[in-house]
Design a protein around this ligand. Structure first.
Ligand code: BGC
Length: 245
């Protein structure tokens, strides 16, 4: 079965039909740049452009980079604050005239990795962290997701953790891999202290370059692996969420 998945990120909006039997994109994805300011109207325009690039009629799953409860946006750290309180599922569904499901981007990536990727259907506590414009999180125990965990906003040495350890922070501050890996290590150690996971899955675009920084991370007991679906995990997870209603 195929369902359309869209991933709204801080830098790009990307989507493709997803083959849910294989957990992979059924066609090459289409990407547009995230507009700035990333208001509801401008972002929805980007989503419509991505979906209309394909001859698609059917359910659409969409990730959003903030807390989403029952389709309504509750936080907007890296997109325009006018998103807060917007029923994103209804807004986008009306514009597309298609059934739409919206969920947090970290949660979507986590669900995809647990089923088709690095999670390997593990039953203990597994935490996926996506490093990009922000830090997204998905926490699982017994294979079940605790949604909207927002671990990117844990306080670390007096700072919002994602402002120190996201890949945006690496780029903005021109940090070396070594320097950035040191920050990621401190962050992972903090999350480990709180949750004692058996496995960390590192997602986001940076998972493609895992060999540059994972070997530099020490002092964390949990196993640390890169996401296998890499930067497509959000698209796949969005489609999975739309297929399960
Ligand atoms: C948001 C999260 C999101 C993460 C990654 C954070 O700033 O608060 O909801 O999952 O960025 O996009």
């Amino acid at each position: 079965m195929q369902i359309f998945g869209v991933d709204i990120g801080g830098s790009g909006i990307k989507g493709a039909p997803v083959d849910l039997d294989r957990g992979d994109l059924a066609q090459a994805r289409h990407k547009v740049l995230t507009p700035h300011p990333a208001t509801p109207d401008s972002v929805v325009g980007g989503v419509v452009e991505v979906v209309r690039n394909f001859a698609w009629s059917g359910p659409v799953g969409i990730t959003f980079p903030g807390v989403v409860a029952d389709g309504t946006v509750r936080t907007a750290a890296n997109v325009d604050r006018s998103w807060i309180g917007v029923d994103a599922a209804k807004l986008i569904g009306d514009r597309l005239s298609l059934p739409v499901t919206v969920l947090n981007d970290g949660d979507a990536a986590g669900v995809a990795e647990m089923t088709f990727g690095a999670g390997g259907k593990r039953k203990g506590t597994v935490i996926l962290l996506t490093f990009g414009t922000g830090i997204g999180s998905a926490v699982f125990h017994g294979g079940s997701l605790v949604p909207n965990t927002e671990l990117g906003h844990l306080e670390l040495h007096g700072h919002d953790a994602e402002t120190r350890a996201s890949t945006k922070a690496k780029e903005d501050e021109g940090l070396s891999w070594q320097h950035w890996a040191h920050r990621v290590q401190k962050y992972l150690a903090h999350v480990e202290m709180l949750f004692s996971p058996e496995l960390f899955i590192i997602g986001g675009g940076v998972s493609r370059k895992a060999e540059k920084f994972l070997p530099l991370i020490e002092g964390v007991s949990a196993e640390i692996v890169p996401a296998q679906l890499q930067n497509n995990a959000g698209i796949v997870g969005a489609a999975m969420a739309a297929s399960s209603g």
